[in-house]
Design a protein around this ligand. Structure first.
Ligand SMILES: [Zn+2]
Length: 431
């Protein structure tokens, strides 16, 4: 009999999400490993073994046990795309979009930039911590977080310093997104702003793990993104790309060519983009929360008039991506404008409803593949011996029910590094 710190036993199901460290793709996406009457043994913050309760009870003598009768056990969810640190809420702007009635309100990323520049470090930190509490309560144990609401050297670096300094059970991975959109004050001089983004890289590289560029009609051109990305790579930053969300800008091709860790959004991907993802190392990150919140596949309202949807029908694209052999992950894209949700559960539900992905595909994309999109697929994202013991015990017995039962939080207990976490609920995001 071997010693263990913790044995979770009697789970209705353990869903391991086991797969290659660089992500699950192709037919394997549909082959989810599910262990009925499952158990997980944990020692020194790592997974020792996973199997049936009978087998693991015979093998381990644990100092602590958790009875998971009637519950599903899964890996901790990984959110590989968020804009966590920001000030202000844009709910009023959204009402205008929903109703089709014009509002006089200023909106957009630049509005958030203004608010964020004016916010104190303390206010930004407090809101980010409260948001992380909510993410954790909903089952997320690792999250990426981008700058990109400073768009000047001082605020961009300040955002990264705040992100890096967040003291929270969720591991937060900072990304420098100086090239989010062109700030208003550089409207007449794009080259000068691109030079500033590059000039800030030395300091950003000390605070961030990734550099992200927005290669999109609303962001920057392939040439601009390439110059930033290449400069970032020489400073040891890995790459991510906001790619082809509002139109085809060549972002996916650029991400694949540069070996970026992820290309995110993908709404306007064509067949050669899909082939580029399939043949390279870049993970495609789908963001169905944006499709939902921005009403992208929904007819547009203009007063009493209905107009065609402006965006591609995502179920067909998602299917082409899966069948084309791309490795895909899901993320919230948490931000105040286009997707104000902190819950990967909600994203998993929307991935089924809006993108018509299967339960097995969605579980892989929210765990092992999301970890792979953060270059951590060897360390976490699945329940396999040796991996970090980041786990969620759910209030439902079947993995499909997490996706089927929408609108309430189904996570019962979140375990980080082998330790059950008491999620705080006393902090509020004062935006
Ligand atoms: Zn984003």
């Amino acid at each position: 009999v071997e010693p263990a710190d913790l044995l979770i036993r009697n789970a209705s199901e353990v869903v391991t999400c086991r797969g290659p460290a660089d992500g699950v793709r192709g037919p394997a996406l549909s082959a989810l490993e599910v262990i009925p009457d499952g158990a997980v043994a944990v020692g020194a913050g790592r997974i020792l073994a996973v199997g049936t309760t009978n087998r693991l009870e015979a093998r381990f003598n644990a100092s602590e046990t958790i009875d998971a009768t009637g519950c599903l056990v899964s890996p901790g969810l990984v959110d590989p795309h968020t804009h966590l640190v920001h000030a202000g809420s844009r709910h009023e702007e959204w009402e205008g979009r929903v109703t089709g009635r014009p509002t006089s309100l200023a909106g957009g990323i630049r509005w958030t930039v203004e608010k964020t520049r004016k916010a104190s470090d303390q206010a930004l930190t407090d809101s980010a911590l409260a948001d992380l509490d909510t993410m954790l309560a909903h089952g997320t144990t690792t999250a990426e977080a981008k700058s990109g609401y400073g768009l000047d050297r001082e605020t961009e670096l300040r955002m990264l310093r705040i992100t890096k300094g967040l003291d929270h059970p969720i591991e937060v991975i900072p990304t420098y997104l100086g090239a989010h959109v062109l700030p208003a004050e550089y409207a007449d001089d794009r080259a000068a702003y691109v030079a500033l983004v590059i000039d800030t890289l030395d300091e950003a590289a000390a605070l961030a793990e990734y550099c992200d560029v927005c290669c999109d009609p609303v962001g920057f051109t392939v040439a601009e993104c390439r110059s930033i990305a290449e400069a970032a790579a020489t400073r040891g930053l890995r790459l991510r790309v906001h790619a082809d969300q509002t139109g085809h800008a060549g972002g996916i091709q650029l991400a694949a060519e540069l070996g970026a860790s992820s290309a995110d959004h993908l709404e306007h991907a064509n067949d050669s983009d899909i082939a580029a993802l399939a043949s390279g190392r870049t993970i495609g990150v789908l963001l169905p929360g944006v499709t939902h919140h921005m009403l992208e596949m929904t007819p547009r309202v203009a007063g009493s008039r209905l107009e065609d949807a402006a965006y591609p029908f995502m179920p067909l694209l998602a299917r082409r991506l899966v069948e084309g052999g791309a490795r895909l992950a899901l993320a919230t894209d948490y931000n105040p404008g286009t997707c104000p949700t902190l819950s990967m559960q909600t994203i998993m539900q929307l991935a089924a409803r809006l993108y018509r992905l299967s339960y097995a595909e969605i579980w892989h994309m929210s765990t092992i593949n999301a970890a792979a999109a953060l270059d951590r697929g060897a360390d976490r994202g699945s329940i396999e011996s040796g991996k970090r013991a980041d786990l969620v015990i759910w209030n439902v017995p079947h993995h499909g029910m997490v996706i089927n039962r929408f609108g309430t939080n189904l996570a019962r207990l979140v375990i980080r590094n082998g330790r059950p976490i008491n999620v705080r609920s006393d902090r509020s995001a004062r935006r």
